[in-house]
Design a protein around this ligand. Structure first.
Ligand code: X8Z
Ligand code: ZN
Length: 610
């Protein structure tokens, strides 16, 4: 009953905040004078915008794929391109014109208003009234990226890649070795702290010039929400998942203690016990008998992993990836001692807001990269789907940022479900599996992620930007939040010379947006449940999307509208519902009683409420 109340209040809350961008549609088919003038402005803005955006993407691509110690050319070129982009998007003339046309919004058509809103939002990051600050910010963020990804990780005196570290954290049972790998992964943070302090100041001060309270609020405003609204939504989401997470946390403490031969079960999970550098995904702590995807995937090549993703999308009716995707993407890791380094985190790029789509990954044949590869292709097919004459370049984005993250993650999840794997010949048709074990592994991935995304990450960045967290508190705050939300503690006391938050890519180069991922899981489960029940008529926990063009049609409808519609309407049109976490909670419902049974007599250490 309590849960129902929370669910309903999230529901009402989301409905309540849906008040952005409500403009009256123009009634006559002949454009009015105001519409013609606005269109002339939008057309000329768009031409220049696409040109500068493309140049900036090209230079940024090099910064992320060709990092070489001592080289300053790439950074310089990237600054020049980004400065030109900033000078245009933040120009006083463009801001004034946009505001002028928005003053006439009742006379314009909805698509025009949405584009003007997008222009004004982009201006917020680069106001030329504070041009020197914007320039400094551009240089500082390029330097931060180079530092983060130019870092050489060392383990026992040898160079290692982040993939090597991740492998150890997934498989090693010797706690000393695990600790060494975990500590090695956190070394990079020390050198990034000063950069983050400086970037916090620059990010805040630039958006403040256009009257946003702080950078966090600026990024949140993209949803038409205030920081208070967003944090309230995160709190409710965390609370809804809390009963399940509390069971998972108790279960993991006892199971991992057993696995590592530790007699005294710790009250909180030591960070180096978990199979992920940030404890955001615990699924690798167990194998499901009969459904060990990793043991199949390790016999495949990295190329096979990406191609398998493409083949799933194609089977739904999406086109083959363009030739240039294969030619220009950077999909596989560099060796540990390569002089050239690259961004080791996965991303998808829409280089020219048209057909030049690329992905940057470090794919190895394992289940994590299999899922990630499907995730990135979700972005790529989103780009392709809305790069049409119907969607103006300024609106070639997701319905919101969370939608963009959701669709690929959903495909990633669907592609690890048993019927799909059987269909692909990856496991035998008669494989015997335990459905609770399967659900448990999925919960250790998807449910465990929520306290990290909606709790630790979002709360940390809110404190950083909106509450001006003192520099001396960065590491304390990070671990205070990790303990509260994720039930994780550092292996030992970590002084403030470390910046463990800085080891997370997004803190540096995708700032103040991590709630996107929390929301993307809410959306993912809503859409997946709809697909399973209403389109495929299969149980949500055991689907096979492959070959179902109806699923493709459903997804293409969402993707092809880009950002031309309000995200609340997109969700409503697709599923008949407002955005809510019911599907996510319901998916894991059958697991609750099993976990409670396993945890009988065990000590629970997490408070029930946050
Ligand atoms: O960063 C990502 C994507 C970026 S396109 C790979 N994800 C989050 C993360 O790795 O922290 C996907 C889910 C969570
Ligand atoms: Zn993504």
């Amino acid at each position: 009953m309590k849960q129902l109340t929370i669910l309903l209040s999230l529901f009402t809350f989301l409905t309540f905040v849906s008040c952005k961008n409500e403009t009256k549609p123009a009634t006559s088919s002949e454009p009015t004078k105001e519409q013609k003038d606005a269109q002339a402005f939008l057309d000329s803005y768009t031409t220049e915008y696409v040109k500068l955006y493309t140049a900036s993407s090209e230079a940024s691509w090099l910064i992320n794929t060709e990092i070489k110690e001592g080289d300053t050319i790439n950074a310089h070129k990237s600054s020049v391109a980004d400065e030109a982009f900033a000078a245009f998007t933040g120009s006083v003339a463009n801001i004034d014109s946009t505001k002028k046309y928005l003053g006439l919004k009742d006379k314009l058509n909805p698509l025009q208003v949405r584009q003007l809103d997008a222009i004004l939002f982009m201006a917020g990051e680069n106001p030329q009234t504070v041009a020197p600050l914007v320039k400094e910010k551009i240089k500082a963020s390029i330097a931060q990226t180079e530092k983060l990804f130019g870092f050489t990780f060392k383990l026992n005196g040898k160079n290692v890649t982040t993939n090597d570290i991740d492998d150890i954290l997934k498989k090693e049972t010797n706690l000393q070795k695990r600790l060494a790998a975990w500590e090695s992964s956190k070394e990079v943070g020390k050198g990034l702290k000063g950069g983050l302090v400086n970037l916090r100041k620059l990010r805040n001060e630039t958006v403040q010039a256009l009257d946003y309270p702080d950078f966090f609020s600026y990024e949140v405003s993209n949803y038409g929400l205030t920081t208070a609204d967003m944090m309230e939504m995160m709190k409710r989401l965390n609370q809804e998942l809390r009963p399940l997470f509390r069971e998972l946390h108790t279960y993991a403490r006892y199971e991992l203690a057993k696995k590592y031969g530790v007699k005294d079960v710790p009250d909180y999970l030591p960070a180096h016990w978990l199979p992920n550098r940030w404890g955001q995904d615990w699924s690798a702590m167990m194998d499901v008998k009969g459904l060990n995807v990793d043991s199949v995937l390790k016999t495949k090549s990295p190329e096979w992993i990406v191609k398998a993703g493409e083949s799933l999308y194609k089977s739904l009716g999406y086109p083959a990836l363009p030739e240039t995707f294969w030619l220009k993407s950077n999909l596989y890791p560099y060796p540990a001692d390569s002089i050239l380094k690259k961004n080791n985190h996965a991303s998808a790029w829409h280089m020219d807001l048209n057909q030049d789509v690329r992905s940057l990954m470090s794919v190895e044949p394992n289940s994590e990269w299999f899922e990630t590869s499907n995730h990135e292709l979700g972005h790529i097919y989103y780009y392709i789907s809305y790069s049409t004459p119907e969607v103006p370049p300024l609106l070639r984005e997701g319905a919101n940022r969370a939608f963009h993250e959701a669709l690929g993650s959903m495909m990633g999840m669907a592609a690890t479900q048993k019927p799909y794997l059987i269909g692909q010949g990856l496991i035998p048709a008669n494989a015997k599996t335990d459905s609770i074990q399967i659900l448990l592994k999925e919960a250790l991935n998807f449910a465990v992620f929520i306290p990290f995304a909606a709790g630790t990450m979002s709360e940390f960045e809110k404190a950083l930007y909106a509450d001006n967290l003192p520099e001396s508190e960065f590491n304390n705050k990070w671990w205070e939040l990790a303990k509260k939300y994720q039930g994780i503690v550092p292996p030992e006391e970590r002084g403030d010379i470390y910046c463990d938050a800085c080891t997370k890519t997004h803190i540096n180069d995708d700032p103040a947006q991590y709630y996107d991922y929390a929301l993307s899981y809410v959306i993912l489960f809503q859409l997946h449940q709809y697909i399973a029940e209403k389109i495929l008529h299969q149980p949500a926990t055991a689907t096979n999307y492959f070959g179902h063009k109806e699923v493709g049609d459903f997804l293409k409808k969402i993707m092809s509208s880009g950002a031309t519609k309000d995200w609340r309407d997109v969700m409503k049109e697709a599923t008949g519902e407002d955005m809510n976490a019911k599907a996510l909670v319901r998916y894991f419902d059958p697991l609750m009683s099993w976990l409670k049974e396993q945890n009988k007599g065990r000590k629970y250490t997490l408070p029930e409420t946050l």
